[in-house]
Design a binder for this molecule. Structure first.
Ligand code: SAM
Length: 241
């Protein structure tokens, strides 16, 4: 059944003209009046719906019953990461969304290749949001992980709440760091977590120290040096699946 993200209030039995993005999808699939689809607006669960009218560009549907299905993983994990460059970040947003990440914080760090600010940063975040929407439509996730505005690592650390907020895990290559599973063992299975990983060039020692001073613990993913996107996804898979 085709599934579309529909960021609008959804009420069973109401008639709705789909927002442009969803309407375009329906047009492309050449759905006809009477055909069924699934809509979700990111506020939880999904709705059955039926096409009632197809115009040149607009599409009208009748909303059906709400299904309280989120297909959410056992715990909430936010990924804060030194952005890998270009299409690798798109790929990472898509895969992290499929795995069930609950939010993404793109960071600029000392060694970041990808440097974004102002309107260019806003456009990139909007693009990554659309990647997360498409991944949610494909995989069945009904909550689209928010992509936060690009920040520097230092500014982001400075605004983290001082306590609480669950486990804070720094993916680090520094020697003698405990393995991820070992670090997570004492924690409740559903504790929310924040993962911090570096860009291609890694975080600088000063940046790692700043993260540790903000309550992060360094954890290892083994003896191999993984690419930035591989490390982030491997840690997400270990925590979410
Ligand atoms: N030359 C860089 C360095 O020494 O930091 C390599 C950085 S690695 C390509 C990119 C990021 O992936 C690292 O900053 C770290 O967050 C994560 N990472 C890669 N391999 C890892 C491992 N075995 N354990 C923990 N984190 C790892």
């Amino acid at each position: 059944m085709p599934r579309f993200y529909c960021p609008a209030p959804l009420q069973p039995d109401a008639l709705l003209n789909l927002p442009p993005q969803a309407a375009r999808h329906v047009q492309v699939l050449r759905l006809q009046p009477g055909q069924a689809l699934t809509l979700f607006n990111g506020e939880g669960g999904e709705f059955e719906a039926t096409v009632t009218q197809m115009g040149r560009s607009e599409v009208q549907v009748r909303i059906g019953i709400h299904q309280p299905l989120d297909r959410a993983p056992c715990r909430a994990v936010t990924l804060a990461l030194g952005m890998p460059a270009n299409e690798r970040m798109d790929w990472l947003v898509e895969k992290a969304t499929e795995l069930g990440v609950s939010g993404l914080q793109p960071l600029m760090t000392e060694r970041s290749v990808l440097r974004l600010s102002g309107e260019r940063a806003e456009k990139k975040v909007a693009h990554w949001h659309s990647v997360a929407v498409a991944a949610s439509e494909q995989c069945g996730g009904n909550r689209v992980p928010p992509v936060q505005p690009v920040s520097t690592l230092s500014a982001w650390l400075a605004h983290l709440p001082v306590t609480g907020g669950g486990a804070r895990l720094l993916l680090s290559l520094r020697p003698n760091s405990p393995g991820l599973r070992e670090a997570m063992a004492p924690l409740a299975p559903d504790v929310p977590s924040t993962l911090l990983s570096g860009p291609e060039g890694g975080l600088s020692p000063a940046e790692e120290e700043a993260a540790l001073a903000s309550g992060f613990i360094a954890v290892s993913l083994g003896q191999r040096t993984l690419r930035a996107e591989t490390a982030a996804l491997a840690a997400l898979a270990a925590l979410l699946l």
